[in-house]
Design a protein around this ligand. Sequence first.
Ligand code: NAD
Length: 466
Amino acid sequence: MDRVLIDNIVKKVITEMNTESLSDKKEKITAGLGVFDSIDTAIEEAYTAQKNYTAYSLEQRREIISLLRKKLINFVDEMAERAVIETKMGRKADKILKNKLAIEKTPGVEDLVTEAFTGDDGLTLVELSAFGVLGSITPVTNPTETIINNTISAIAGGNSIVFCPHPSAENTSIWTVQLINKIIIEAGGPKNLVTAPMKAKKENADILFSHEKINMLVVTGGTEIVKLALKSGKKVIGAGAGNPPVIVDETADIQKAARDIVNGSSFDNNLPCTAEKEVLAVEIIADYLIFNMQKEGAYKISSTEDMKKLENAVFKDGYVNKELIGKDAGYILDKAGIKFDTVPKLIIAETELSHAFVQKELMMPVLPIVRQKSFEEALKNAICVEHGLKHTAVMHSQNVTRLSIAAKEMQTTIFVKNAPSYAALGFGGEGYSTFTIAGPTGEGLTSARSFTRKRRCVLSGGFSIR
Ligand code: NAD
């Protein structure tokens, strides 16, 4: 038998063995450490905690966040493992990296920069102060990362935060909230600064959206839940769905573009909202790009029959088949009944622009590639398939003028040039990290300052030293 085939079988068996032994671990959730029987109690307790927290100094906030970073990093392996086992989505190794990003690169108190105006009439300060109690809805695709990221941003800003996790990530989310509380208390912080209801159910969102003690909502998820939150009448940070296109023109470094696209699109099995979801390649380089993507670990669908099989697996009753979201490419090919030799990172398929693989956010390692006559056509169509979500776009090109035109015209919150999409999250790209990218409401890549209110303090007639 071929060596690669044996390796793949061994890998598959080990994964299955791990999955079985880990699923045995599913423990019963018990209340305590920020977790309460009802969402109402979770909100009331977070309210009391926030009142206590106002007495803490900025230095104490820093100490709490510093201990969170120091201790949480020891749990990244377990976070990733729990999430993969419970949600049945994504890849453990990539989730470890995402959790590291959330822990290490979410800005803390230093993000709250004061503005000052001085002159003949004295000194005016604009300070970023707490909103109060925040209500956060978190997605199944980043269950621990979003909780960690939103927690650091919230408490750096002086807030408490109530989480309503996705029902399919209940245990993992509750475990994370309890772990965070344990560390906050160890750092001398108030109890219940971070809370959640014991049962993760969608009805919790209605209570969160209408509760008088919730001062601001942070909603990370699909379009529907962001729209619902916007009807609440509260201030909302809405971080919704994306469908990131990748443009590759004839001036690009094609080998690097192929590697970056395969790595970005297969990262955590395409779960990130920022991950490459369709490629628009200028036709003269399309074949060479596909050839190189295959060299980088992509499996190309090469017959109409296999394409039909893949479509039948990916869609169920006209909707994206939830069972395949975040699954490995090999698993998807198996389900589709398509034979392969080496387990691929990604499945690629040439399609028309109108194909549902292009138009819908699949969140699985299936990447459609559409040939385009020119850069101009690719840009026009990239804008179209992004559906006005204003989320993320990627481009591979050496032509600075074109890169600038595309960045301007795409109007996305994130535009990545010549790198995998995850560079935008601070992984191989400059800048801080976030797991709440607020396109619809405009905060962009959120941080502590997004979770605060601006307040002006005026001293008339003094303190100007000019
Ligand atoms: P989802 O919209 O199904 O669920 C997100 C959260 O909203 C969950 O906690 C869920 O329980 C809740 N929810 C959804 N519909 C609800 C309803 N009708 N009533 C009450 N609560 C409801 O999304 P998901 O599958 O968890 O996550 C994937 C989606 O999130 C993708 O569309 C992805 O692009 C998006 N996302 C966006 C960002 C961002 O920063 N912009 C980050 C991660 C994920």
